[in-house]
Write a protein that binds this ligand. Structure first.
Ligand SMILES: [Zn+2]
Length: 1034
């Protein structure tokens, strides 16, 4: 059951209470008078104007009652899904039709029509002189979005709110794309709020055969829109454009025809377009694959049909079936797991039958098949080849290699029994556009030159996906391209899913194609900010300044003047988005005042406006090696909010009184104005601090901060905080244009890095305590759960056997101490390696809503803090923006926006932010990998020798870690001349001088080259062992 907010949300014009909710016609500029029409949804819980007592649908007042004032009437409404209690809905008389010639709607405030008098005419079927407009139904949005986005710009389109509301319910990504379509200024797209308009509001009908189903009702609601427009337009134009319903639902078309309306399927519509347009669009029509290989369709069924919905629902109720997200294996798309809270271990799904057409990310229903352990289940696998469409030899070999790894692991840990399952239904598909390349082996020689439509296979970049079958006329042009392909359907009779070609990204291995495919692969929203978003920025632009201090200035209201404080910022070199600045000064009582000043982003980003919605949906700024994809428009991130030196800036400050030992005596939170005295790099701040000849207030401030930071860190370490490690690399680019990396080095960490870190942690903890205290149900917090002890079993077994060392994982403090003790006096790097490996055994930290988790589970394991949040980087993290809003309300600076009082809403936003964060990290890593690959390729004729540590041994090879490059690689032996000792994690490799043993934690020398990977078509690192023994030819 959805909550009140969600139900109201999609039905109100121009509302936008969170990331995906903004769907309005052209935005009204900010300075134009705002009407109730564009107000926030919250107001409409108490609507403006007259409220009529709930009336039954058949009594609902008809016709226009004068359109001058916005009037909202309440009428009862069925839930969109046709179940649940009666809800109230407001209908209005002031909704504009969007027609540029309309006299009836011309007076509505803010009316900016986009529908032209002459409709689209370049169509053989709808060739009337006055042209036509399209009205689209939900299924067209759900299944033909790529086609919709590619329709001619001049084609006017009406989207009924029924369509929007249903789309939002079915798929948020598609809802977002629909929003982009509506806001695209080059298009003539108009939203008709049919559910909200008195003229077209539609109610479920009681019929002889029972209640009208929700789908029938929705279809009828959309047809009513066509009917309404046909009549409404006649009052302003003698020969208005024709209205054409675009729908792939045959019954809906028949009903429309019966009522004298025009209706057409997407295929027929595209077929009737001007040849030039048709050629462009024909590949995009979904459903084309239905016609291919009819023999196969009729042939044997390869998969079980999904169970009917009522059986699934009953199965979940009785506990026989489980529901969860399907996670495909990173190595093999024919294997995956589903985690469900009620089962201790993730459930394994192995092989095509068990996975039953699940794709990574789908929400599936499955049953547990008992009594199988991993190794047995794996033998069930069916990585079979089938003529011309199966995995190629290399891929087969690769899969075989990876499977062998797992088998070895199983033998070592027979107790690791995992339940296995079988999918019986899919609740929600996670299908999206995937980066692929055409599989050459699926093309015949003739096909390479033929321009006729043919069936081909696209291989996704991601190993978690099966190949996708599609029809295209462009095969010859696409052969060396990265392409975007969407999955449309997957029939039980077909081994592979069917999809369609969306667009080409560019030539394989070109930097542009690689970069864009990386962004697409990790779902990073990278479109430039649209007009509606930029309109939310201060109109002064770059010239915006903190106004002079005065009593009636909005900026100065309730703000503390901290411009005289000696504040500075410390960041990496070339940092443009400066989120934070610091200060410290001695107090007369011997204590120290220290302050953290954070960019006051929430002063500029108001809840629920288009900019806020976009930031919420982006969730985070994404940093790639040569590109930054901002969460907020450039003007804010790198200018107005950035705490640059020598200019006044708005800040949100946390100010403490601390003892010299770092104990907090007092703390307060205040909105402020600061003027930073200097923007240091870590290095410059370090040099300044260490320069004994300097004794100015700024230098002393850094020294005070540093001495406190040391105490704070000691305190954290005593409490059990972990000092973990992951290699951080810095890529040097010789120039921004050529972007050829010239070198890779590890980032150096100085005392000043730790200084900043400690104060940011302190600020985050203080803010977390405060917002949780004031808003215990909805505070935005961050936690890091303790890892299950079993996560460390493998690492500990390695340590004991190879080094006689063991990690104590009984608590974070114990782990920290035992990590400190994990040293090899002869190899200082060993400790770092163990920390990296230990970090991989941990869970990742996540944002959560305080009311959704029990208080015992708030803790941050790595930081050893009972409570934590993110407050210090609001320019680049959306969670911080929310924390700022909650803190501002907690100190009574503003009231708390209603959205932040809804647990369900906060949960929803944070789920998205968590996902975006994860993907952003992966994108960042992939970008580093890509550039490390380029750097290696250009070095010394493409060959690099480097020290490496062995981190795993397999029957058929080794995994090594090259810390200088942050690179992990596999060294495989294809001949069977070596001896593998799994008990001791050791491999004996033959050499002219006899067998040489290489084992985990040994230091070796490897030679690294870059080869083109058959699967990803991307440069792939290849390693061979050089010392202590050469693996060439083995
Ligand atoms: Zn009108």
């Amino acid at each position: 059951m959805r909550d009140f907010i969600t139900i109201l949300n999609p039905v109100l014009p121009s509302q936008s209470h969170h990331s995906s909710a903004l769907l309005c016609n052209r935005p009204t500029p900010r300075d134009k008078p705002q009407t109730a029409f564009t107000g926030p949804p919250w107001q409409l819980q108490r609507p403006p104007g007259r409220v009529v007592k709930a009336a039954p649908p058949d009594h609902h007042p008809q016709a226009h009652q004068g359109r001058s004032a916005p009037v909202a009437d309440k009428v009862p409404q069925e839930d969109g899904e046709g179940k649940g209690p009666q809800l109230e809905r407001y209908v209005r008389d002031d909704i504009a039709c969007g027609f540029e010639e309309c006299q009836l709607c011309a007076d509505f405030p803010g009316f900016k029509p986009v529908l032209p008098k002459r409709g689209y005419t370049l169509h053989t079927k709808f060739a009337a002189k006055e042209g036509h407009w399209l009205v689209i139904d939900t299924n067209v949005v759900l299944h033909q979005m790529d086609l919709l986005s590619a329709l001619p710009l001049a084609l006017p389109i009406i989207i009924p709110s029924t369509t929007i509301r249903e789309t939002r319910h079915r798929s948020l990504p598609l809802h977002n794309r629909l929003q982009q379509l509506v806001q695209d200024e080059e298009r003539k797209v108009w939203v008709w709020w049919n559910e909200e308009s008195r003229d077209t509001a539609t109610f479920q009908e009681e019929r002889e055969e029972g209640k009208e189903g929700p789908n029938d009702r929705n279809d009828r609601a959309i047809r009513k829109t066509l009917q309404y427009y046909s009549e409404h337009l006649l009052s302003s134009a003698a020969r208005p454009p024709q209205l054409v319903l675009l729908t792939d639902d045959k019954r809906n078309r028949e009903l429309a025809h019966a009522d004298g309306m025009l209706a057409v399927s997407t295929r027929d519509y595209v077929d009737g377009l001007d040849p030039k347009e048709r050629e462009k669009l024909v590949d995009l029509v979904v459903g084309g694959v239905d016609e291919i290989e009819p023999g196969e369709r009729r042939g044997r069924r390869l998969y079980d049909e999904y169970l009917p919905m009522d059986v699934l629902t009953a199965g979940v109720k009785t506990g026989r079936l489980y529901q969860g997200h399907f996670n495909a294996s990173q190595y093999n798309y024919l294997e995956g797991t589903v985690r469900v809270p009620s089962l201790d271990k993730p459930v394994l799904l192995v092989g095509r039958q068990a996975m039953n057409r699940s794709v990574d990310g789908d929400v599936v229903l499955f049953e547990v098949v008992d009594g199988l352990i991993r190794a047995e289940a794996l033998k069930d696998d069916d990585v079979e080849d089938d003529e011309g469409t199966g995995v190629d030899d290399k891929e087969k070999q690769k899969l075989a290699e990876e499977k062998m790894d797992v088998e070895d692991e199983t033998k070592r840990k027979p107790k690791d029994v995992q339940p296995t399952g079988r999918v019986v239904g899919v609740i929600k598909r996670n299908w999206r556009a995937y980066v692929c390349h055409l599989d050459r082996s699926s093309l015949s020689a003739a096909a390479l030159t033929s321009l006729s439509q043919q069936t081909v296979f696209a291989t996704p970049l991601s190993r978690t996906l099966p190949r996708i079958r599609l029809r295209t006329r462009q095969a010859p042009q696409l052969i060396d391209q990265k392409i975007l392909v969407t999955i449309d359907s997957w029939s039980p009779n077909s081994k592979y899913p069917d999809g369609h070609f969306v667009r080409a990204l560019g030539k394989v291995e070109s930097k542009e194609a690689e970069q864009e495919s990386l962004l697409l692969e990790y779902e990073v929203p990278y479109r430039p900010f649209g007009r509606a978003i930029l309109d939310c920025l201060p109109k002064e632009g770059e010239t915006w300044k903190v106004p002079p201090k005065s009593a009636d200035s909005l900026e100065w209201r309730d703000r503390e003047d901290l411009r005289d404080l000696i504040v500075c910022s410390i960041d990496p070199p070339n940092c443009q988005d400066i989120d934070d600045a610091l200060h410290a000064r001695p107090l007369p009582n011997g204590n120290i005042e220290a302050g953290v000043h954070i960019a006051d982003v929430s002063h500029f980003v108001h809840p629920a406006n288009p900019m806020d919605s976009e930031a919420a949906s982006r969730g985070t700024t994404v940093y790639l090696v040569d590109k930054r994809i901002d969460m907020l428009p450039h003007l804010l991130g790198t200018s107005l909010c950035s705490l640059r030196p020598y200019v006044e800036r708005l800040a949100f400050s946390v100010i403490w009184e601390l003892t010299p030992d770092g104990e907090i005596v007092k703390e307060r939170f205040v909105k402020s104005v600061i003027s930073s005295n200097e923007a240091f790099t870590y290095e410059a701040a370090q040099v300044r601090k260490d320069n004994k000849s300097l004794n100015d207030p700024l230098t002393n401030s850094i020294r005070l901060l540093n001495s406190l930071a040391i105490k704070l860190k000691e305190g954290r370490m005593r409490a059990g905080a972990l000092s973990l490690s992951s290699p951080e690399l810095k890529i040097h680019l010789d120039s921004a244009e050529s972007a050829e990396p010239i070198d890779v080095e590890q980032k150096e960490l100085r005392e000043t890095n730790s200084l900043v870190e400690e104060f940011m942690l302190l600020a985050n903890i203080s803010v977390a305590r405060k917002i949780q205290e004031v808003f215990p149900a909805t505070a935005v917090l961050r936690r890091h759960a303790a890892p299950p002890k079993t996560n460390f079993e493998a690492l500990n077994d390695l340590l004991v056997k190879r080094k006689g060392l063991e990690l104590d994982v009984s608590s974070n403090g114990a782990l920290a101490r035992s990590l400190d003790a994990c040293v090899d006096p002869e190899r200082p790097e060993f400790n770092t390696l163990v920390r990296i490996m230990a970090t991989r055994c941990m869970l990742s930290a996540e944002y959560f809503c305080s009311g959704s988790v029990s208080k015992e589970a708030y803790g941050h394991y790595g930081l050893a803090s009972p409570i934590y949040t993110h407050f210090t980087s609001p320019i680049r993290r959306y969670a911080d923006v929310l924390a700022h809003r909650q803190l501002a309300a907690a100190i009574n600076y503003t009231s708390l926006h209603p959205s932040l009082q809804s647990k369900a809403h906060v949960d929803r936003i944070l789920n998205n932010v968590n996902k975006r964060n994860r993907l952003a990290q992966m994108a960042g890593r992939a970008s580093v990998e890509f550039y490390v690959g380029l750097a290696l390729k250009s070095r010394n004729g493409g060959k690099t020798r480097a020290d490496a540590f062995v981190i795993r041994t397999f029957r058929n090879g080794l995994a090594v870690f090259v810390s200088s490059l942050g690179l992990e690689g596999l060294i495989t032996f294809s001949k069977d001349t070596h001896t593998f000792d799994p008990e001791n994690y050791s491999i004996a490799i033959p050499s002219p001088k006899g067998d040489v043993a290489v084992a985990v934690f040994d230091k070796v020398v490897v030679e690294i080259t870059v080869e083109k990977d058959a699967n990803t078509q991307r440069g792939k690192v290849k390693m061979v062992l050089v010392e202590p023994v050469s693996s060439v030819g083995l």
